[in-house]
Design a protein around this ligand. Sequence first.
Ligand SMILES: Nc1ncnc2c1ncn2[C@@H]1O[C@H](COP(=O)(O)OP(=O)(O)OP(=O)(O)O)[C@@H](O)[C@H]1O
Ligand SMILES: [Mg+2]
Length: 164
Amino acid sequence: MLKRLLTHSAEETLELGHKIGERLGAGDCVLLFGGLGAGKTTFTQGLARGLGLPQEEYVRSPTFTLVNQYPGRIPIYHLDLYRLDTMDEMEQLGLEEVFSGDGVCIVEWAEKLMAPTCEDEFSPLFGIDSHLQIRLKIEGDDSRSVEITTVHLNPETHPIFSLQ
Ligand SMILES: Nc1ncnc2c1ncn2[C@@H]1O[C@H](COP(=O)(O)OP(=O)(O)OP(=O)(O)O)[C@@H](O)[C@H]1O
Ligand SMILES: [Mg+2]
């Protein structure tokens, strides 16, 4: 694990997302874990700002679509898998572009993407290799713990490791 932090307001979660978003580049993938109201969409809104989402644009949880695209300094793909029932559905979405590496992909409810590996661990499907895992948890009315784990990212080259 890289870091575990506590935020005390939605604003603080936005700011943390912003700092991380600034450190992301093409091909990065952020998997968000945590239950209802944990702060995944709030965190995503911060990430998107850090990725250069223009002020007039706003990230919403996709309700009827599972994936939305937003403009930033690179394309921002936002997936919310809450309503995903089967992996077939996911395959039908045609996510080649999302995983093509031209932008950043952010996945809410990433639990649904994880499959057991032979080493008794869990890895994401869809050929996702290096990525960031962010685990959000409700600790109180306004407090959320945010656990950041890097998977197969190079500490020598990836800007996320400069996070204070
Ligand atoms: N420290 C905090 N960080 C983030 N959100 C907070 C915090 N404190 C309170 N909140 C509130 O919690 C709610 C978080 O909702 P949000 O939609 O971001 O969660 P979510 O994990 O995306 O939920 P869902 O699974 O339903 O999509 C917001 O109403 C936000 O204002
Ligand atoms: Mg959400």
